[in-house]
Design a protein around this ligand. Structure first.
Ligand SMILES: Nc1ncnc2c1ncn2[C@@H]1O[C@H](COP(=O)(O)OP(=O)(O)OP(=O)(O)O)[C@@H](O)[C@H]1O
Ligand SMILES: [Mg+2]
Length: 320
């Protein structure tokens, strides 16, 4: 179990992490999501004993980062941002080197290195210099190095950053596999990454936690609103959107697009969850003989919408 308590980090006058607290139980994949500069890397560096906090502490099980940093480092596998590994070594030598640093007993070193080569899919590149590898393979080598001492906890800082879509899919499936047995904490600024691999997400913005919940909880309970997507074709060129304003329960209207040529308007209607206005909307449209419904479907607010609202800098977030 990981317990982060009132963690704060100042770089001179800049408060990069501002009094954050959260708890992570055993196993599962948890995302730390936030725009650039939110404080993700700084938080992970403090949790992995790479940097002391200005205030607050972290407990891993009953051990804390001040008194038990050696034990904590043993319990954690850490893939730092950008995966800075020795580029001039070949893959297998590098893994033996890390195994030695990690004090892996001599009689199990060969077995462990082989297991890492197998589980991280490195068979094809074992003899190659790390500097010659593609980014995806380099990231796998970084993962193998983080995993070689079989830690209970894996902390990965932007593990898919800079990879192509195939490499991203491969690394994600590797992480998912690892999450079945280990506690995995993954930082990312990419929403689809969280949606693809995480069960729970902690969203941080400018050093503060702005949400901490399961993905479903964030999607369903953060907003007390439902929304419906409509595509309506009208016979006359008219502005149809304002017509919906008078319907009881309609909270807001959002134009998606309007095609003048075929007179199709696409839009969203947001309405309160307390009342189901779908029958009323349907009857209203039916009464208007000039309109044809091409599409009508209810939608949840996307995680992207919610993330934008939670973090002011949301527009910088990539949706890869
Ligand atoms: N060594 C440092 N010295 C001074 N300021 C720093 C240092 N490292 C980070 N910062 C600042 O602290 C803030 C948080 O940075 P951090 O790297 O933790 O963010 P991040 O969420 O990991 O961002 P990114 O998505 O870009 O990796 C930023 O404003 C950054 O400029
Ligand atoms: Mg970072």
């Amino acid at each position: 179990m990981i317990k982060v308590q009132n963690l704060t980090k100042d770089y001179g006058h800049l408060r990069a992490v501002d009094n954050i607290s959260f708890t992570i139980p055993k196993s599962g994949i948890i995302g730390i999501l936030g725009p650039n500069g939110a404080g993700k890397t700084t938080t992970l560096k403090m949790m992995t004993c790479f940097m002391p906090p200005t205030e607050g502490t972290v407990f891993i099980d009953e051990k804390n980062i001040y008194q038990n940093s050696v034990e904590i480092r043993k319990m954690i596998g850490y893939l730092p941002e950008g995966c800075p590994i020795y580029t001039e070594m070949n893959v297998v030598d590098f893994l033996y080197f890390i195994a030695e640093l990690r004090d892996i007993p001599k009689d199990s070193v060969n077995r462990r290195v082989k297991e890492m080569i197998d589980s991280c899919g490195l068979e094809e590149v074992v003899g190659k210099e790390i500097g010659e590898l593609s980014k995806g393979y380099r990231q796998r080598v970084g993962l193998a190095a983080a995993l070689i001492h079989d830690p209970e906890i894996l902390i990965l800082d932007e593990p898919t950053s800079g990879l192509d879509p195939n490499q991203i899919a491969e690394i994600r499936s590797l992480i998912k596999q690892l999450g079945k047995e280990k506690t995995v904490l993954v930082s990312t600024h990419i929403l689809s990454e969280v949606e693809a691999i995480c069960e729970r997400v902690i969203i941080i913005d400018r050093g503060k936690i702005v949400a901490d919940a399961s993905l479903e909880e964030i999607q369903s309970s953060f907003h007390n609103q439902n929304r419906i997507y409509f595509e309506i074709q009208s016979k006359k060129d008219a502005d149809i959107l304002p017509e919906f304003e008078a319907i009881k329960g309609v909270e807001s209207l959002q134009l998606f697009s309007k095609h003048e040529e075929d007179m199709i308007t696409k839009f969203f209607i947001n309405y309160s969850k307390d009342m189901d206005i779908r029958p009323e909307l349907y009857n209203f449209i039916k009464k208007n003989k000039d309109w044809t419904i091409l599409e009508m479907r209810t939608e949840q607010h996307s995680l992207e919408d919610i993330f934008r609202q939670l973090t002011e800098k949301g527009e910088e977030v990539a949706h890869a």
